[in-house]
Design a protein around this ligand. Structure first.
Ligand SMILES: Cc1cc2nc3c(=O)[nH]c(=O)nc-3n(C[C@H](O)[C@H](O)[C@H](O)COP(=O)(O)OP(=O)(O)OC[C@H]3O[C@@H](n4cnc5c(N)ncnc54)[C@H](O)[C@@H]3O)c2cc1C
Length: 469
């Protein structure tokens, strides 16, 4: 697939086509270690242009890879060599905010944090807050079903998308979802698109749901005693009668040290940390809730006093810097993203430490404890044989414990075989059937999410007339 030849791309689309080496180098990678050599980047001018581009690519069997912020961690936005990147980062308008409906209509390239800033004046916010929110886009967040610390209370991106305009790989333009708060019209096609990593269609417009912005959001950092059971903590906090608990995060001692050595300490040195967020209508209520939380924690043997961040976002920004701190300390590394049922977190951690010992590789661990979701970071080259064994053992451990190989980052090119193991052959066949209908020529992000396989032909190859443009 791909190849050069008389491309005709410049005359097929109205938007800019860029082929300079610097730009191609930038869009040939994401935040993983993978690299590729795309042939061009297109900045489509509007949805009609996206359809033109798809028609062009189908005729030539050229891979197209939609791209937002390019912050994926597993090659979700790394194009195949010779592919064309569809850069939507300039589609960054917040088109409408409807405070009474609690929705916002946005273009897919809007940066998550920029949307949050626009919403603040309405007393509203968009709950999914990945650590990359200053750089990742709503379209990319949809592509990977991203989530962040507050998904403990609010759930992932999937829970916050009301409707999508999509140009499918077969050239048809569809609107999925409605403007209504409720809907019961068959299976949820909209959610097929969420998490599909650009393999089914290109999202051109989004309506997101919004939540009321709590006036007070208190961040708490509690040092953990060395032998604290993470599973017990997660279970007690899940069952805790404390209202307003929005996030339950964990940072192990090694990661805490890395953060502190960068001059961004968020807790006392020498221990692992539990990071919590409590929402409330006023400061006194937040303090009351924090005190009740302290009682719950004391029952788990966690008695140290919490440090307070009056603005929880300050805490999440500093915690988000842990990735950058490890980047600087370790360079490329294995950055995994597994989850298990919360009762099995201790078993998972024990297995991860065994893997690290067996391979003599340092382990840095942090994640969204309240959801059983952990990011094991191993200080080892991700593309070497040791890295391969470490990744395989880590994902195998999550599967063996009834967990998942991706809690939030997605599958990309790095974890396809493990996704197939998690889904099972019949579910993979089903996904291929969906892919084959939506993208009969296999042009959309081939090689991401699904292991390459020649898709059976769909019923129709010719793009049908659009209902919308
Ligand atoms: C420092 C750092 C911290 C991170 N923290 C988190 C975290 O806390 N939680 C989390 O979930 N992830 C996190 N991530 C991973 C990453 O930021 C997310 O997966 C994010 O959703 C990617 O968004 P993006 O705009 O960069 O998308 P991209 O990387 O550009 O694309 C992601 C996927 O979506 C597809 N896509 C993009 N736009 C469209 C579109 N318009 N239509 C169809 N498909 C599209 C792409 O083809 C690709 O498959 C982190 C990454 C970094 C580097």
């Amino acid at each position: 697939m791909g190849g050069a030849g008389p491309w005709g791309l410049e005359s097929a689309v109205r938007g800019r086509v860029v082929r300079d080496p610097e730009t191609l180098e930038r869009v040939g990678r994401d935040a993983s270690h993978l690299r590729s050599r795309p042939a061009a980047v297109v900045y489509p001018s509007d949805p009609t242009d996206v359809r033109r581009l798809i028609r062009w690519a189908r005729g030539r069997r050229v891979p197209l890879v939609p791209r937002g912020g390019g912050t994926s961690l597993d090659g979700e936005s790394v194009p195949p060599d010779g592919g064309v990147v569809v850069d939507l980062s300039e589609w960054d308008a917040v088109e409408a905010i409807a405070p009474d409906e609690r929705t916002a209509q946005v273009e897919p390239g809007v940066i998550n944090l920029a949307l949050q800033r626009r919403l603040a004046q309405f007393g509203l916010f968009y709950p999914p807050n990945p650590g990359s929110w200053a750089r990742s886009t709503i379209g990319g967040n949809i592509g990977t079903n991203a989530s962040g610390p507050r998904s403990f209370r609010y759930g992932p991106t999937r829970a916050w998308i009301r409707s999508l305009d999509v140009v499918l790989g077969n050239g048809r333009a569809v609107r999925l979802g409605r403007a209504t708060a409720k809907r019961s019209v068959g299976p949820d096609l909209l959610n097929l698109l969420v998490g599909s990593e650009g393999t089914l269609g290109i999202v051109t417009d989004v309506t997101v749901r919004l939540a009321r912005r709590p006036p007070v959001r208190l961040g708490l950092v509690v040092p953990l005693p060395p032998r604290a059971s993470l599973a017990t903590l997660a279970a007690r906090l899940a069952r805790s009668p404390v209202d307003g608990l929005a996030a339950v995060e964990y940072v192990d001692r090694s990661t805490a040290e890395a953060l502190s050595s960068e001059g961004t300490p968020i807790g006392p040195p020498g221990s692992a940390w539990l990071l919590l967020e409590v929402e409330a209508d006023e400061a006194r209520e937040a303090e009351g809730r924090a005190e009740r939380l302290a009682v719950v924690l004391a029952r788990c043997g966690v008695t140290a006093r919490a440090e307070r961040f009056p603005d929880a976002d300050e805490l999440w920004s500093r915690r988000g810097a842990s990735g950058d701190a490890l980047d600087r300390r370790l360079g490329f590394r294995i950055r995994e993203d597994v989850a298990v049922p919360i009762g099995r977190i201790d078993a998972l951690v024990a297995r991860l430490r065994r893997i690290a010992r067996a391979e003599s590789v340092p382990l840095y661990l942090f994640g969204h404890l309240g959801e059983g979701s952990l990011h094991p970071n191993f200080a080892v080259r991700p593309d070497g044989p040791t890295g391969g064994r470490v990744r395989s053992a880590t994902l195998g451990a999550a599967l063996a414990l009834g967990g998942t190989v991706s809690a939030e980052h997605g599958i990309g090119r790095l974890k396809r075989s493990f996704a197939a193991r998690e889904l099972g052959r019949d579910a993979v066949d089903w996904l291929w059937a969906v892919k084959s209908w939506c993208d009969p020529d296999g042009i959309l992000n081939p090689g991401a999410l699904l292991e390459p396989r020649r898709p059976p032909r769909g019923s129709s190859r010719s793009p049908s007339a659009s209902r919308r443009s």
